[in-house]
Design a protein around this ligand. Structure first.
Ligand code: SF4
Length: 323
């Protein structure tokens, strides 16, 4: 089941700003521009890697996609249905088909629940199975993610970080979702465990056929996982390209700067580009092109006019006046 165009998720012109106080004693409210007009589609059974520096809005976008965070405006289509304003029982039924794997396997599992209950909670909540069947189903899923069946009787604190992330994955796939948002799922794990978890996620995707919106700051991880890569910077998308072309021939100056900093990624020899300075505050993003304060190609126009995300090459989108 997909939208008519083969997408599971389609985000259109999403905005999300968060109000913050200037200081503890101040009454003045500022606005963090977490997402500013983002449109993005995730095809059925595929992985879209969403990459960017810390604070660029990628985690917020993942949560908006599942409506764990409500957008200020914009439209969310899931399996062709507009779920932006869906409520009550209809939203509950939809939620079954969209799940999340959190970054921190320590805080995302209830420490007072046994692992079997954590994994089987979805079946109970949605009335899909009784407690005896749940036990059986949970054991089967735990085995599938590489744990032993008796893990069902234990508590999360009895497991390592990698094992806890396996529990999180078992919980996420328990209801056979169509879309999983994986929010930096390996960034808190040891490097030696990361590859095992990534491979597990790939195997499970093949088996269950779900789509991933895979959020990560790590280009190596994004390369391993994604068919399409979307790059975010200060609340806006800078480039959306098929992964092979993205890594072989990046279009956007920001993408080129990011890839130049990771020469181990292979592909074409990297340019020598140094990404200048720090990412500006999302409370007062620069006018014009968001990236102009750090861009090695910036010109006068870039300070004044924000470039739209447009087709810059067949099947590739970039937001730059000069690409
Ligand atoms: Fe750089 Fe200008 Fe392109 Fe923005 S629009 S990425 S500042 S060249």
């Amino acid at each position: 089941m997909t939208g008519g165009d083969g997408t599971v998720l389609s985000l259109t012109d999403i905005f999300k700003h968060f109000p913050v106080r200037r200081s503890f004693f101040s009454r003045e409210t500022l606005r963090v521009h977490a997402i500013d007009g983002v449109s993005l589609a995730v095809p059925a059974g595929k992985t879209v890697g969403l990459v960017g520096e810390s604070g660029c809005g990628k985690t917020t976008l993942g949560r908006v996609a599942l409506r764990l965070v409500e957008p200020d405006s914009g439209k969310i289509l899931f399996l062709g249905q507009d779920i932006t304003a869906l409520a009550g029982e209809e939203m509950r039924r939809t939620r079954k088909m969209m799940q999340i794997i959190f970054q921190d396997p320590y805080s995302s599992l209830n420490p007072r629940m046994r692992v079997g209950d954590i994994v089987g909670e979805g079946w109970l909540v949605h009335g899909i199975a009784g407690s005896r069947e749940i036990r059986e189903l949970a054991e089967r899923l735990l085995l599938r993610v590489g744990l032993s069946a008796d893990a069902a009787d234990k508590y999360p604190h009895e497991f390592s970080g990698g094992q806890r992330q396996r529990i999180g994955i078992a919980r996420a796939i328990s209801l056979s979702p169509k879309l999983v948002v994986a929010d930096e799922p390996v960034s808190s794990l040891d490097v030696s465990v990361q590859a095992q978890i990534l491979n597990l996620l790939k195997d499970i995707q093949e088996e269950y056929g779900m789509a991933y919106l895979f959020v990560s700051h790590d280009l190596r991880v994004i390369r391993h996982m994604s068919e399409t890569v979307a790059v975010m910077y200060l609340g806006k998308l800078m480039e959306v390209s098929p992964a092979e072309e993205f890594f072989g021939n990046p279009l956007h100056p920001y993408t080129r700067s990011l890839l130049a900093a990771v020469p181990m990624l292979g592909g074409a020899p990297r340019e020598k580009i140094v990404l200048r300075g720090e990412i500006p505050s999302p409370v007062s993003p620069p006018p014009g092109c968001r990236f102009h304060t750090r861009c090695f190609m910036a010109r006068k126009l870039c300070e004044e006019v924000c470039p739209p995300l447009r087709e810059a090459a067949p099947g590739r989108m970039a937001a730059c006046h000069f690409v």
